[in-house]
Write a protein that binds this ligand. Structure first.
Ligand code: CDP
Ligand code: CDP
Length: 225
């Protein structure tokens, strides 16, 4: 049987995690799991149901009633909550600004980490998030910690929004990204931090293909071992 491995890609917002994770998963024929979309889905549902982002008990109750599913779509992924498509809705600013508060709760993380580990149990997987190498897949064969300057990451989001016809302020984006980095890195439960055995890659001046190539090399070493 062909050897399969687990690839964990962590890092701050807009470092390029999901872009490279999707490309690599497709090449390898592996499952791609966007864990950020799961935290975003819960945040979206909480806002819709007027549940406070500080109310851990209600959030967990809501989450237990949610089936979060993914469907491949032309190199991207559609996201569904109980069958309703929320792919674009979970990327809107109100969700983005509330998601770090929702994801700071230990019981919320426990439930989502369990679901993520179940997804990974089905074979080769490329998973991206904040705590994949440290908490979700601590024994992943390849662990990557992607970083890039805040300026570069805000610029990337700015261009991405523009390509969707959304004009945003670069300064506001920079502030939002810096705020989220701070909250994600300073929460008590599974903060954003590099796993000891992760390879750190600064993508500030790298193209997507250059980043993919570097990770591809690391994956090949493990697959040939
Ligand atoms: O794509 P972007 O970098 O904006 O973020 P994301 O990957 O969609 O993640 C959204 C938020 O979910 C993060 O800012 C974290 O607060 C939370 N998250 C987390 O706590 N743990 C993960 N494994 C993934 C995301
Ligand atoms: O998943 P994460 O939030 O880490 O970032 P992403 O959504 O994969 O990437 C954010 C944006 O940066 C996307 O529009 C990518 O095309 C772009 N990007 C880039 O321009 N250069 C890279 N080396 C990586 C990503």
């Amino acid at each position: 049987m062909k050897k399969t491995i687990q690839v964990a890609i962590d890092g701050p917002a807009s470092a390029g995690k999901s872009t490279v994770a999707k490309i690599l998963a497709k090449e390898l024929g592996y499952i791609y799991c966007d864990t950020g979309a799961m935290y975003r889905a819960l945040t979206y549902q909480a806002i819709k149901n007027n549940i406070e982002v500080t109310d851990e008990k209600q959030l967990v109750h809501l989450l237990k009633e949610m089936i979060i599913s993914f469907e491949p779509n032309k190199g991207n992924q559609k996201v569904f909550i109980n069958g309703e498509e929320v792919t674009d809705a979970i990327r809107l600013t109100d969700v983005t600004n509330a998601v770090s508060a929702v994801s700071a709760h230990g019981e919320v993380r426990k439930e989502l980490v369990k679901r993520q580990q179940e997804i990974a149990a089905h074979g080769g997987v490329v998973m991206d998030g904040r705590d994949i190498g440290t908490a979700v897949l601590p024994t992943a064969e390849v662990k990557i910690f992607l970083i890039a300057s805040v300026e570069e990451r805000a610029e990337r989001r700015y261009k991405e929004n523009l390509s969707k016809g959304i004009l945003t302020s670069l300064e506001v984006l920079k502030q939002e990204i810096a705020d989220r980095d701070y909250k994600d890195s300073h929460r008590e439960v599974s903060p954003l931090t590099q796993a000891q055995d992760a390879v750190r890659l600064d993508t500030t001046s790298l193209t997507i293909e250059q980043v993919v190539e570097k990770i591809r090399e690391l994956i090949q070493i493990k697959l040939n071992n």
